[in-house]
Design a protein around this ligand. Structure first.
Ligand SMILES: Nc1ncnc2c1ncn2[C@@H]1O[C@H](COP(=O)(O)OP(=O)(O)O)[C@@H](O)[C@H]1O
Ligand SMILES: *[C@@H]1O[C@H](CO)[C@@H](O)[C@H](O)[C@H]1NC(C)=O
Ligand SMILES: *[C@@H]1O[C@H](CO)[C@@H](O)[C@H](O)[C@H]1NC(C)=O
Ligand SMILES: *[C@@H]1O[C@H](CO)[C@@H](O)[C@H](O)[C@H]1NC(C)=O
Ligand SMILES: [Mg+2]
Length: 427
């Protein structure tokens, strides 16, 4: 009897060890993936057709004429006017903060008609109850408290060894990220500014700093910097450190076996308000990671499913939640630069995910439509980046090729929104 138990225990131990080794290896693999460089850049347009199934002719007709856009989107989305960066955190909370469920008690299930407007947009009612995210004012204030200010300590607490938790004299904290190469800091920074341009308020404020041990900012932590072997005059990114973050499991509809997110009764009704507010933010997350080709959140998980069938039951990488329900998108260094270099590896996952979401925040859709219409993603992003970040000239900007890929992804996303609109709205 004892022997059998012992044998079983040993077998169990063996299996656990195997599982652990396997897990560590797969994490290692994805880590390596991130840092392996010099992938050949994908030649021109990736051949994946994307999730569109409207005949191309219909598209061209619709896309060519602003009047057709007006017809499709009506007054819901102002296709002509993308508000400038200074308005990016516009109205969407303040005045409507107190709007509750319009007389409904919180327990009643919300009807589809209360959740979705004009076919494919989250309703005003739902938007009004979203957590506010990082506002423009908050961002300005945080930058003021960190840019050029003295750092008093550099400690662990922000992930891997090349990230440090910095504390400023007034107690403000930031995660400092030292890029192993320029791509990473550029990716992190430009991804942040793209979010700002799109009005996506889920990324913590970011500033850049150039290492200089004689400067007021770095003098007190000279020793730490030296022992970290952070080289010369490297540019590092500082992002706001956010307290009390928790993990986030990918919602069932967005997992591999899920059906995606559509403006349908069976998908949205009977969800709690909390679940709905999270889904609203996820809809932005999916579009955003598609545009930046950031594989280091959901897409790498989808990929890992091949050998790790339970990956989706664990917390999503590089995504957290505040106690107030804000999703916080951190660690965006794979976006735009590295993500575009390795696009050929991940594009089918990116496209499939983007294609699985057919309900959008109006503001995000509006900005995508405008960036599509004016074909000026590069110009606007560069302008915002230069205006906001004194070290922009030092860090540099997207190559022409990558700027082209960004515009191309905006155009494809636009077509996808149009496709959803056609499918779910009665015209
Ligand atoms: N801005 C932040 N605020 C609070 N905690 C953070 C922040 N950034 C990172 N962290 C913590 O560090 C962990 C790893 O962060 P991440 O930026 O993803 O680093 P890595 O490069 O190691 O993947 C996160 O899971 C979180 O616990
Ligand atoms: C866009 O907005 C500006 C000011 O915000 C306004 O002057 C201009 O007429 C608007 N353009 C269109 C096409 O609505
Ligand atoms: C974080 O949690 C601690 C302990 O519950 C609490 O005292 C603190 O106010 C919280 N901070 C924020 C910013 O929510
Ligand atoms: C929502 O829940 C109610 C009551 O539990 C049920 O009658 C209804 O069919 C559900 N609706 C959907 C779309 O699942
Ligand atoms: Mg990370």
């Amino acid at each position: 009897m004892m022997k059998v138990v012992l044998a079983n225990l040993l077998a169990l131990l063996f299996m656990c060890t195997c599982a652990c080794v396997f897990y560590v290896l797969t994490r290692l693999e994805s880590r390596l993936e991130r840092h392996r460089l010099g992938f050949p850049t994908p030649g021109g347009e990736p051949d994946h057709p994307g999730p569109l199934d409207l005949p191309p002719k219909t598209f061209r007709a619709l896309l060519a004429v602003p009047v057709a856009q007006k017809l499709l989107f009506g007054n819901v989305v102002d296709v002509h006017n993308l508000s400038g960066p200074s308005e990016q955190f516009d109205t969407f909370r303040d005045s409507r903060l107190s709007v509750s469920n319009r007389g409904k008690s919180r327990g009643d299930p919300l009807m589809l008609s209360e959740l979705v407007e004009d076919g494919v947009f989250w309703s005003e009612q739902l938007e009004a109850q979203l957590p506010v995210g990082f506002t423009e004012e908050h961002t300005r204030d945080w930058r003021e408290r960190t840019r050029g200010r003295p750092i008093v300590s550099l400690e662990p607490g922000c992930g891997r060894i090349s990230n440090r938790l910095a504390t400023f004299t007034d107690g403000t904290k930031a995660c400092v990220r030292y890029g192993i190469n320029a791509d990473q800091v550029q990716g992190e920074t430009l991804t942040y500014y793209l979010a700002t341009l799109l009005g996506i308020p889920n990324l913590p404020p970011l500033t850049l700093s150039q290492l200089n041990l004689e400067s007021e900012q770095w003098a007190a932590v000279k020793g730490s910097v030296a022992s970290l072997q952070w080289g010369g005059k490297a540019i590092v990114s500082l992002t706001e450190w956010v307290a009390n973050l928790t993990g986030v499991v990918t919602p069932a509809p967005l997992r591999q076996e899920g059906r995606g997110l559509h403006p349908l009764r069976e998908e949205l009704e009977n969800k709690t308000l909390g679940e709905l507010l999270e889904l609203v933010q996820w809809s932005d997350l999916i579009l955003f990671d598609y545009l930046t080709a950031n594989f280091d959140r959901l897409v790498s998980n989808l990929f890992s499913l091949q050998w790790d069938s339970r990956v989706m039951e664990r917390d999503t990488s590089n995504l957290h939640k505040t106690p107030g329900g804000d999703l916080v998108f951190i660690d965006n260094e794979a976006g735009l630069v590295h993500g575009y270099r390795v696009l050929h590896m991940w594009e089918k996952y990116h496209s499939a995910l983007m294609g699985s979401v057919c309900v959008f925040r109006k503001r995000t859709a509006q900005r995508v439509i405008e960036l599509h219409r004016l074909k000026d993603a590069r110009t606007r992003l560069l302008q915002l980046y230069r205006e906001s970040e004194p070290l922009a000239p030092e860090l540099g900007f997207l190559s022409d090729e990558h700027a082209g890929i960004l515009q191309n992804r905006i155009d494809r996303l636009y077509k996808h929104i149009l496709h959803c609109k056609g499918k779910y709205s009665q015209l």
